[in-house]
Structures are given as C-alpha cells and as structure tokens.
Design a protein around this ligand. Structure first.
Ligand code: IMP
Length: 207
C-alpha cells in the first residue's frame, strides 16, 4: 500500500518505515516531487498535522499522513510545545537587542534549541517532560487522528550521539539512558512517534 508521509526528515522517514514494515510503501515529499514549504500555522499539534496532510491531498491527490510533535515541559508551562522545532529561533526573535544569530541561522537548530532548554531549566527542580506526537491520516476521503505520548525528563547535560532533535537531553521514564543512547529499534518501541505510528498501523491493518 503506497502512502505519502508528509515529511522531508530522513530520520523520521526511516523510523516510520521500520515501524510500518514491508507491507507499506512509504514515500516522502521529495519522492512525489513536492519541494514546497508546507505551511504549519496552527497553534496545536493536531491542527498542524491536519494542515500538512490536507495540503498533500489537495495539491497531489494522494492519500497521506502527516505528523507534528511537541516537547511539553511541565516547569515551562508546556513549552516549547507546538514551537518545539523553532524554540531558539522564536526566542531570538523576541530579544530586544544584541542578537547574535539571525532567525534563519537558528531555525530547526537542535544545538541552539537544547542550549536554550537547558538554560531555561537551570533553576527548576521539576524536570519532567513529555513528547507528544499527533498523526493525521487522510485515507479515502476520511480524516483520522492518532496520538502517541512518551513521558520522561530533561537531563542536565547532553548524552549520546544517536537520533536527532532533543534526543541527547530526553530520558524516558523507567530508563537509565536518554534517547540518543538508544538504538533506533529501542527508541521506536517506546517513543511518542512510535506509539502514534503503532496506532496508525493498527488502523491501517483493519482496512
Ligand atoms: P516534528 O513535528 O516531528 O518536526 O517535531 C518538531 C521538533 O520536535 C523537531 O524539530 C525536533 O526538534 C523535536 N522532535 C520531534 N521528535 C523528536 C524525537 O524523537 N527526538 C527528539 N526530538 C524530537
């Protein structure tokens, strides 16, 4: 079954392919010739995931799923949440003066994002956090949403070299290693995206 995953992130594509298995031919945006920057302007994960899936359906006529993930940190009132990818960029934009980076330099910059997160948690005793993924699927004209959550905490410093994004500072509950110290298979089994994808798979298997 051919399905478009509305992403250009090679890490996410390979994670999802691993979870979905051979029955599904998952292709990314580049594979369908989509090089546009799909708008993500909602203030919720659900809204952004739906927005991306609807864009592909409307412009390319293909069944599609899209995801959006947020890191929700309790001591920061749920931030960075829907702004997780652009956490440092948005913070830099709100600085009054003395900016050392242009927004485009910080866009999706994991190092800058983690540095800001660690800084903002320096004086906080509660370091609990969770990753939340929402997947929106458009299949045969119907829209479906699937959610996956991974509870954990933010470490005081970075560890490991696997994965991407905030993996070096996120340790899932019940584990003594962070995501960046786990194999892809180990992470997929417990991750937010893994759990949301499992729900997507269970649904697809009922079709
Ligand atoms: P996206 O919606 O999947 O693009 O995720 C938004 C941002 O959350 C990404 O740019 C990453 O910084 C972060 N993120 C998402 N998933 C993960 C993960 O599995 N590990 C670490 N960071 C992640």
């Amino acid at each position: 079954m051919k399905l478009v995953f509305a992403t250009n992130n090679v890490h996410k594509l390979s994670e999802v392919r691993q979870i979905l298995g051979e029955r599904f031919d998952v292709v990314g945006l580049k594979d369908i010739g989509c090089y546009e920057d799909i708008p993500e302007t909602s203030d919720t994960l659900e809204g952004n995931a739906l927005q991306k899936a609807r864009y592909v359906k409307e412009h390319y006529g293909l069944d599609c799923f899209a995801d959006d993930t947020g890191l929700e940190v309790a001591a920061l009132g749920g931030a960075p949440g829907v702004h997780t990818a652009r956490y440092a960029e948005l913070a830099a934009q709100s600085l009054d003066s003395g900016e050392r980076f242009t927004p485009s330099q910080l866009s999706h910059d994991s190092n800058a994002n983690m540095a800001l997160l660690l800084h903002n948690l320096e004086k906080k005793s509660d370091r609990s956090a969770r990753f939340r993924t929402v997947i929106a699927l458009i299949y045969q004209g119907e829209e479906h949403l699937f959610e996956g959550v991974c509870e954990g905490e933010i470490l005081c410093e970075r560890h490991g070299s696997e994965g991407f994004g905030y993996d070096p500072v996120f340790r899932p509950t019940g584990y003594d290693r962070c995501f960046a110290q786990m194999s892809a298979a180990e992470k997929n089994a417990i991750s937010h995206r893994g759990r949301a994808t499992q729900k997507l798979v269970q649904f697809l298997q009922t079709l």
